[in-house]
Ligand binder design. Structure first.
Ligand SMILES: C[S@@+](CC[C@H](N)C(=O)[O-])C[C@H]1O[C@@H](n2cnc3c(N)ncnc32)[C@H](O)[C@@H]1O
Length: 262
């Protein structure tokens, strides 16, 4: 029996472009001798699995995407869209089949209880190729507010938030802490005083306000300045090139929930 439960199948065209762009630069994908990527819980249509393949094929020849769903009905439907490099099969957190280099699981654990996250992360990473990575996270319906954690057999490595900066700059828009509603399950209930992720989001909002005058040069100039300021107090990873895209990655240990143990 596949491990997990059937949940709402909400998905949409282009919804996962931000996380796909981030996965495309990962070395486990680029260097894998078998470039197999699993899209776990692709939802009511094949769309995001097909898009993932399209995006990764630009950077990695022969990449194969296998969409895995726990709903047989969704597997039957998606299989009509199978094509060279993209196939679909029934399964759950046990990740059946060959070992993947990358597992993308977006908007899947969101519908589970927080207490189920760790065991399922461990189940999934146990199925990775050596050096492989699980990318697990959440985004809004149109994919403009997103966040994810990358996890290896050694545990979580980092938290990335990715935001459409033009939306943050609109009159009356809230700051980058809008991502609080779309944090990965492991963190979404931890945005409360006393938890590091709460302080992290508060700092992001504060620097976003401080650097408001740079908005005249465009939102990515403003965000780049936010990232540089955050770096004074937080172990921010990544380069300016990533920040310009509206991303910010921080070492997991700085934002892990209190008492989190791998
Ligand atoms: C909200 S949809 C997400 C679709 C797509 N990943 C996206 O982000 O647009 C969640 C899907 O995950 C599937 N799902 C939930 N638990 C699963 C599991 N353990 N293994 C495989 N699929 C699962 C559900 O059946 C549902 O179709």
């Amino acid at each position: 029996m596949p491990i997990g439960q059937v949940t709402r199948g909400t998905t949409g065209t282009n919804r996962l472009r931000r996380v796909d762009r981030w996965i495309a630069q990962l070395s486990p994908l680029r260097l894998a001798s078998v470039p197999l990527v699993v899209d776990l819980g692709y939802g009511a249509s094949a769309t995001t699995s097909l898009e993932l393949h399209q995006r990764l094929a630009r950077v990695r020849a022969n990449v194969e995407v296998v969409g895995i769903e726990i709903s047989q009905e969704r597997v039957t439907e998606a299989s009509k869209s199978a094509r060279p490099g993209v196939s679909f099969r029934l399964g759950g957190f046990e990740i059946p089949g060959e070992r993947p280099a990358v597992i993308r699981a977006l908007n899947v654990l969101r519908q589970y209880d927080e207490s189920q996250v760790l065991a399922n992360w461990q189940r999934m990473v146990d199925r990775l190729q050596p050096g492989g990575v699980l990318v697990e996270g959440t985004c809004n319906e149109v994919g403009r507010v997103a966040s994810w954690v990358d996890v290896t057999t050694d545990g979580p490595r980092s938290l990335t938030v990715s935001l459409r900066l033009a939306d943050l700059s609109a009159p009356g828009a809230s700051g980058p802490s809008i991502v609080a509603e779309r944090l990965p399950k492991v963190l979404i209930h931890r945005n409360v005083p006393g938890e590091s992720v709460h302080r992290y989001l508060a700092d992001l909002d504060r620097w976003w306000q401080v650097h408001a005058p740079l908005g005249v040069y465009g939102p990515s100039q403003r965000w780049t300045a936010v990232a540089a300021s955050m770096k004074q107090d937080w172990p921010i990873l990544g380069t300016k090139a990533r920040w310009r895209l509206g991303e910010l990655t921080v070492d997991w240990h700085a934002v892990a929930p209190r008492g989190f143990e791998w």
